[in-house]
Ligand binder design. Structure first.
Ligand SMILES: Nc1ncnc2c1ncn2[C@@H]1O[C@H](COP(=O)(O)OP(=O)(O)O)[C@@H](O)[C@H]1O
Ligand SMILES: [Mg+2]
Length: 228
């Protein structure tokens, strides 16, 4: 197998106080390779979002570090340097609520590209990303308020893909959708590794969706284990 795009090395998380820390995530090791999809499953409160937030660099780990292409992305107590944030991008559970409500999707993606210092022609990137996300390009001109739940999730996928990350992390991206919309969105997500060459880390409590991923990590009471 090729060298991993991302390696989590003993990443753990605790909250509470220094004297009375409560462990949310026990030190976990796993790797993501180019072109693969890895599911993260487990009960509510198991620690899945904690893991996802550390990998995204949104939450500082208490222990361990994450490497992207062998270089430190984030480490204990540290979130990633601004210049490396583009390497890992997220798709939230409810994009309709996470994207700025009054900003057309295109402008919101342009802002993200500018903020992350992504080079190249933004309109070409956005067009290609909408295609990858199977988002009707006309919907780029709408604000999130004028999108359905499924369309907003596709807009969030387009936003993540436009940045050109090596890893996309999606945290329960289908859980706010009805079954038919959820199935279409799952297809779009699962096609990302093949279409972008990156890796997909997909947090879900949908066992059927996890079954379609290449591998499965199970989180139980903060302990991460590869179960398939
Ligand atoms: N900063 C925090 N403050 C309080 N509790 C937290 C904090 N971070 C995580 N937790 C707790 O850690 C556990 C794991 O949470 P989470 O990662 O959101 O689980 P999941 O996404 O699997 O439902 C939960 O019990 C949650 O309440
Ligand atoms: Mg969660």
């Amino acid at each position: 197998m090729s060298a991993p795009v991302l390696e989590a090395c003993g990443i753990g998380a605790a909250y509470g106080t220094r004297r009375r820390p409560v462990t949310a995530l026990h030190p976990a090791d796993f790797a993501l390779h180019a072109g693969e999809s890895v599911a993260v499953i487990g009960r509510s409160g198991a620690g899945k979002s904690t893991l996802a937030e550390i990998v995204l660099g949104l939450r500082a780990a208490s222990t361990g570090h994450v490497l992207v292409h062998g270089e430190r992305f984030c480490g204990a107590g540290r979130t990633p340097h601004a210049a490396r944030r583009h390497l890992v991008q997220g798709v939230p559970q409810d994009a309709g609520a996470s994207l700025p409500p009054r900003v057309p999707v295109r402008a919101s993606i342009e802002r993200a590209l500018a903020r992350l210092g992504v080079p190249g022609d933004p309109s070409a990137r956005i067009r290609a990303a909408a295609d990858t996300a199977s988002l009707d390009p006309a919907l780029l001109e709408r604000t999130p308020r004028r999108l359905s739940g499924g369309q907003a999730q596709r807009a969030a996928i387009a936003r993540a893909v436009a940045v050109g990350p090596d890893v996309v992390v999606a945290d329960e991206p289908t859980s706010a959708l009805d079954a038919a919309t959820s199935a279409g969105l799952a297809d779009a997500l699962l096609s990302l590794p093949a279409r972008t060459g990156g890796a997909l880390l997909l947090v879900t409590h949908d066992d059927a969706l996890a079954a379609r991923c290449d591998r499965v990590l199970t989180v139980r009471d903060g302990v991460v284990e590869q179960t398939r």
